[in-house]
Every structure is written in structure tokens, then in C-alpha cells.
Design a protein around this ligand. Sequence first.
Ligand SMILES: O=C(O)CCC(=O)C(=O)O
Ligand SMILES: [Fe+2]
Length: 210
Amino acid sequence: MYNMDLFAALEDSPINIINCDGVVEYHGLLIPFDQANHYFGVLLETIQWKHDQANILGQIIVTQRKVAWHADKPFHYTYSNMTKVALPWTLELLQLKQKVEDATGHQFNACLLNLYHSGQEGMAWHSDAEKDLQKNAAIASLSFGAERKFSFKHKVNQKTISVSLQHGSLLVMGGDTQRHWLHRLPPTKKVTTPRINLTFRMINETNHLY
Ligand SMILES: O=C(O)CCC(=O)C(=O)O
Ligand SMILES: [Fe+2]
């Protein structure tokens, strides 16, 4: 586990937390505490949170975790064999997208939002390399609320690396990361409060109807 005091000192020069086969940069706090509280509250209130669904061998599974999908256009995004159509940006999502673009130098056209009501909810090992996503485009992950552990596991050598994602922090996964590494948000009994995560992504421009 990485030492967060070190990261606090490194806010302006993020370091790569995986040492091969991709780039994962932890930027520490992008949004100061008071602003992060504001965004957490507004996102909780204004986003139309819906339970996520997965189609596993024809069985529709409904998750405890809630999600939302917003983008520049009504892009389609298919994962776990279910297709979502994007809603337009809200004011706060556009503000946050701008901050993330300024900090990373990358552009994003979509955002997947996750609401974990407590540490009981997490996300299993996966990589985000669906065909709807632009190949090797960076994914920027912004976290609000409860601090949670986030882990990477190399697909071949199984090496595992974890980082603790703070309220208002930014993590960027780039290059070949999705091809070589899985990631997950492990469930934990230690956390009893909610967390909101925003992953800004680049969807292929052809993924919408009109
Ligand atoms: O909640 C997180 O920190 C990450 C979620 C994630 O991996 C995803 O939405 O693909
Ligand atoms: Fe992911």
C-alpha cells in the first residue's frame, strides 16, 4: 500500500504506481476538501442514480451499487452485456470534466459514475477495454466521499498493487494499462459511508444514433 503523505507532497508531479505494462498515475487531491464536499452532495442529489445491471449467461443481475452514464452525445456503451445510452452533462459534471482535462492534458467525451452506498459494495476484477472505448485512451478516475482501497493485478504475473483513493483525488489509467492489468474496488467491512466515483472516458464518436 502506498503512503498517502508521500502523495500529498507529490500533488504536482504524479508518479506511476505500476512499474511496467501501462501507466497509472495517482495525482492525489485534485479538488480541495470543501469543494469536494460540495460536489459530493450535489452529485448525490442531482444525478439520476440507477442500480446497475449485468447480463450473465442470460440472467439479469441487479447490483446494489448505482450508476449513471453522461456524455457529449447519446453515446451507447456496452459492458457486462448491457447497453446504456448517455444522458447530457450536468453543470457540475462539466466543471469536473474541465478540471480533470486541465490536470491531465487529456480530453474526455463521456463519464461513468458509480455510487457505492457503503464498503459492502465494490467492483470485481475487470479491465475497461470495451470496443466502445477508444483504444488506449486514458481513463481518469475522480473519487468523492469514503476513502477506499483500489487494486491492480497484472494479468500474467499476478503482481498486485493497491492505492487508497482519497476524497477529491484523481487517478489516471493510461497507455497499455487495460490490456495488461485488471483493477477492482474490494468490498470492506471497515467503511460504512458512501463513495462516489467518476471515470471520465473517450467513447468512439460513432457510438450514437443520428
Ligand atoms: O470506483 C472506482 O474507483 C472504479 C470503478 C471502475 O473501475 C469502473 O467504473 O470501471
Ligand atoms: Fe474500471
